[in-house]
Design a protein around this ligand. Structure first.
Ligand code: GUN
Length: 383
């Protein structure tokens, strides 16, 4: 019965209802009522930078049944900037998107994009790429910017180290992230309209991850994220850290695994009880001419597609597959932005379809069989 949730949580700006659970894995299907939209989970959230998802419009994302998209505080903070956004009436209005919006805090982007960032207890210091000036992003500033942007979900500023880092730096970053969470909670001015999610850190260390998750749970937040993963570590360690985290995080609140977007990870992490994902992968790889399919991806720039008059996937119901052939995309992929756009549309459709299939398999309590079929098609082996 989809009307009576098995578990639920009520936060001022988020109601989460788990309405189906897999009987043999930790997978669940839920509804997440946000201020702007009710999202169905497990879900994938495409990533935008300056208020746009590269290669696709917000109207097209709507048509592809996309429920929540990501924006980045780091980019939005410098351009268009908080004053313009406030004048525009918030980012939702500015970008003509009336569904769910989530903003990342900015620290991760600076550390991963700028390499030059310098982290102190106060915040992250970096060089502004537009004018070369030194700037400091503190937890308070990040929340201030995110309050101006007005997203349904905001992320705490965290101290992120690469998942390959070992030694005392991992523990320092984990505890600093907890302290920055407390500063973020204090700085948050709109708890009735916007949700603030803490982020579990602790590298690949079982004890540090456990401690981090336990500390965050004490803060009783509307939802929780798992961060610092999917940065080149072995799949086994990545999945173990996710599983350990979901064992500690509350079962009646949403869990968000940050920066994850490969199909096999979405399938496995959903079995481990994750509800939300984001990644630049499907849109970025589209711009390189790669189309996502059930067996992996087609590199449409390869000469073999020049006379292939099939669609990318004849079972796909996206506008690109309904109208264009691999040969057309091959011919244009090597020269035209149109092909980037058309492949982006297909890749988002692929990702949304995968998440819908995952949700249906959970609701019908056949998720383990779904995983077996998925892995067989993708890796050609029986598991
Ligand atoms: N995106 C991917 N991973 C992370 C993370 O650990 N922290 C933040 N803030 N964003 C991320």
């Amino acid at each position: 019965n989809l009307d009576t949730p098995l578990e639920a949580s009520n936060s001022p700006a988020l109601r989460f209802e788990v309405f189906a659970k897999c009987s043999t894995t930790k997978a669940r299907a839920s509804k997440m009522h946000l201020p702007h939209y009710t999202a169905h989970t497990p879900m994938f959230m495409p990533v935008g930078t300056m208020g746009s998802i590269k290669g696709i419009t917000t109207k097209q994302l709507e048509a592809l049944d996309c429920h929540v998209i990501l924006g980045n505080t780091y980019h939005l903070g410098s351009r268009p900037g908080p004053e313009l956004l406030e004048k525009a009436g918030g980012l939702h209005k500015f970008m003509a998107w009336d569904r769910g919006l989530l903003t990342d805090s900015g620290g991760f982007q600076m550390v991963s994009l700028l390499k030059l960032a310098n982290i102190t207890e106060d915040g992250v210091e970096f060089e502004n790429p537009h004018d070369g000036q030194k700037m400091m992003l503190t937890p308070e500033m990040s929340i201030g910017l995110q309050n101006a942007i007005g997203a349904d979900i905001m992320m705490q500023l965290d101290d992120v180290v690469s998942s390959l880092t070992t030694g005392p730096r991992v523990e320092e970053a984990m505890w600093r992230s907890v302290r920055w969470l407390d500063r973020s909670i204090k700085a948050h001015k709109r708890p009735a309209e916007q949700n603030l999610f803490p982020i579990v850190q602790g590298g690949l260390d079982v004890e540090l991850r456990t401690k981090s998750a336990q500390e965050l749970v004490k803060r009783d937040s509307p939802g929780y994220a798992i961060g610092g993963l999917s940065g080149g570590e072995a799949k086994g360690s990545f999945w173990r850290m996710v599983s350990l985290s979901t064992d500690i995080l509350p079962t009646n609140k949403p869990r968000y695994c940050m920066g994850v977007g490969y199909a096999e990870d979405l399938v496995v992490c959903s079995a481990l009880g994750v509800d939300m994902y984001d990644c630049v992968f499907p849109t970025r790889t589209a711009r390189f001419g790669n189309a996502l399919v059930r067996t992996g991806s087609l590199c449409l720039k390869q000469g073999r597609y020049s006379t292939d008059f099939e669609p990318i996937d004849k079972n796909c119901d996206c506008p690109t597959c309904a109208n264009y052939t691999r040969a057309y995309l091959h011919t244009t992929a090597t020269k035209e932005t149109t092909a980037c756009h058309l492949i982006t549309v297909h890749n988002i459709a692929y990702q949304m379809r995968l998440m819908l299939d995952i949700r249906q398999a959970i609701v019908e309590d056949r998720y383990p069989a779904f995983i077996r079929d998925f892995m067989r098609i993708r890796f050609g082996k029986t598991v």
